[in-house]
Design a protein around this ligand. Structure first.
Ligand code: ADP
Ligand code: MG
Length: 244
């Protein structure tokens, strides 16, 4: 039986500027079950990154509810929020966001240090995560000594090293050539096959097709399935069975 990991009800995000308000999210209802691989698609400016930031506890909704693992996120204290983000969320950014003066190894170790994990446990976890993404041989390099594709693999290792409940990826291939992009996408597919729950923003329909379900956004709203066009990129048996 499917079990929701994430549930958004009526989530809105309004950015107040000097003289204009931007309704980046305009009433989002979304459920993501354990083990799903969801692609978020839609044109530039439709709210994809805003949605992912809220899911990743990097930003807060202006209105609406967010239940993560049945817990209302809005009830968390600042410390609980930071702890939840550290333990439950793995974030992969378009621009990798590795720390330039830390080695590959140290970048991947950092979230475990925040968790308060002991040195010996950290070593085995970091080693395994780097092996998982094929980057163990570059452990002592600095990010600047790596190609973009290699940096993104390290960023994937950093995101999975804490064994989070969900991996969030915001256009993870956006800064990569197609060869390296495909390698990172294959990595995400392998992680999903091993049980990871993934929510990925992409505007590339080929990559959206890797997911088990696509959610289309337009002007801060979810486009109903029957209006999402014919090339929705929805694949697999799970797609037809879902009702949110
Ligand atoms: P996408 O990722 O789909 O391209 P975004 O979520 O980045 O879209 O942005 C959605 C809308 O919200 C855009 O109109 C954008 O300009 C606006 N926006 C995003 N972040 C901010 C911010 N911090 N302040 C003001 N407006 C913002
Ligand atoms: Mg974006």
């Amino acid at each position: 039986m499917s079990q929701p990991l994430i549930r958004l009800d009526g989530v809105r995000k309004i950015f107040a500027g000097e003289d204009v308000e931007t309704h980046a999210l305009d009433g989002i209802d979304l459920t993501i079950d354990f083990g799903e691989y969801v692609a978020i698609a839609g044109p530039s400016g439709c709210g994809k990154s805003t949605l992912l930031s809220i899911l990743g506890l990097l930003d807060t909704p202006s209105e609406g509810r967010y239940l993560l693992n049945n817990r209302p996120v809005e009830s968390l204290s600042a410390a609980e929020r930071a702890r939840t983000r550290n333990r439950e969320i793995g974030f992969i950014f378009q621009s990798f966001n590795l720390i330039g003066d830390l080695t590959v190894y140290e970048n991947v170790e950092l979230p475990l240090t925040y968790m308060g994990m002991s040195g010996a446990d950290r070593t085995s976890r970091v080693t395994r995560a780097l092996e998982r993404v094929g980057m163990a041989h570059r452990a002592r390099h600095l990010p600047g000594q790596l190609s973009g594709g290699q940096q993104q693999r390290v960023a994937v290792a950093r995101a999975v090293v804490t064994q989070p409940s969900i991996l969030l990826a915001d256009e993870p291939t956006g800064n990569l050539d197609s060869h390296n992009g495909e390698a990172v996408m294959q990595l995400l597919r392998d992680l999903h096959a091993d049980g990871a729950t993934i929510c990925m923003v992409t505007h590339d329909p080929r990559y959206a097709a890797h997911a088990t379900r696509s959610v289309h956004l337009f002007d801060g709203r979810v486009v109903p399935d029957d209006h999402a066009g014919t090339t929705t990129g929805v694949g697999g048996a799970a797609a037809g069975a879902r009702r949110d």
